[in-house]
Design a protein around this ligand. Structure first.
Ligand SMILES: C[S@@+](CC[C@H](N)C(=O)[O-])C[C@H]1O[C@@H](n2cnc3c(N)ncnc32)[C@H](O)[C@@H]1O
Length: 264
């Protein structure tokens, strides 16, 4: 088994989420389609389930689940992300417990019927967290990996991607099929894999452009003021021909929900 995670996911990049500027722009990222939550909820056998949401960020998944389960423990090592999450819908729900710290180390409160990891598992120390998930999950519990807060098949995709490559501050980026990588490394026993039906989503051009600064590779601190300005202006220019009358962009969203059992 390979021991080291791909370089692009190491902690020097992951810890950028501790910056306030990422947390402040995080809500501008497109949402997961509603069907995402239906797929997750269908996996529960027991409505009195307890869930552990790891790398919860502002709690997109955790806050959406709290009304449907007995409790959600939401873990993130970014105090700033949790702070924003607390101010959002269901952020102070009695079923929600925010836990600030690295998921590799913080105290957890098992047993859990499900561990959810949305846009986050790649950032964690796999050799530590997979055994930990196995330990805290009930024997029939699932690890659920969620991905998909970017447009799919947008007509501006290629131009946007080459711009991102020019400005990205993650110098180790490589294209990886994360699920395949986790299976190949013996961390995940795959049970199910589903894509949501694409849905249409509209967002103002300004919000769409700003949402990029919630991504670690495009954080304002690491890009610097000059590059932030240049990137924003070039991206706005690329997108200008796709903007509707009200200054909104419309694009398709699709999430991938994968579930299985963690392996030690
Ligand atoms: C891209 S955000 C995803 C947030 C949320 N799950 C969502 O889907 O919107 C990744 C989050 O993982 C957190 N994170 C990364 N590594 C972590 C670790 N080892 N322990 C706890 N949180 C971690 C970051 O602070 C960040 O908030």
């Amino acid at each position: 088994m390979k021991t080291s995670r791909p370089r692009q996911y190491w902690n020097d990049y992951a810890s950028r989420f501790k910056n306030r500027s990422l947390a402040e722009t995080y809500e501008l990222r497109p949402p997961y389609p509603d069907e995402t939550y239906k797929i997750i909820l269908n996996l529960f056998r027991d409505s009195r389930a307890r869930v552990l949401d790891v790398g919860c960020g502002t709690g997109k998944i955790a806050r959406a689940l709290v009304d449907h389960v007995d409790g959600v423990d939401a873990v993130d090592f970014s105090q700033e992300m949790i702070q924003v999450g607390k101010s959002l819908v269901n952020g102070d729900h009695p079923n929600l417990r925010w836990i600030n710290g690295p998921v590799e180390e913080v105290q957890l409160y098992p047993p859990y019927q499900m561990v959810t990891a949305a846009a986050s598992i790649h950032w964690m120390e796999w050799n530590v967290v997979f055994p930990r998930f196995k330990e805290v999950l009930m024997p029939d519990g699932h690890l659920v990996i969620i991905d998909g807060d970017r447009p799919i098949e947008a007509p501006w995709h290629d131009a946007e991607l080459s711009l991102i490559r020019r400005y990205s501050t993650n110098r180790h980026h490589e294209q990886i099929d994360l699920i395949q990588e986790l299976v190949n490394r013996g961390h995940l026993h795959l049970i199910g894999d589903k894509k949501t039906t694409p849905v249409s989503f509209s967002q103002s051009l300004t919000d769409y452009v700003q949402s990029f600064h919630s991504r670690e590779s495009m954080s304002k601190e690491h890009m610097g003021e000059k590059n932030v300005k240049a990137f924003d202006s070039e991206l706005s220019h690329i997108l200008s021909e796709f903007v509707g009358d009200e200054g909104f962009l419309t694009f398709q969203l699709e999430a991938r929900v994968t579930w299985g059992r963690p392996l030690t």
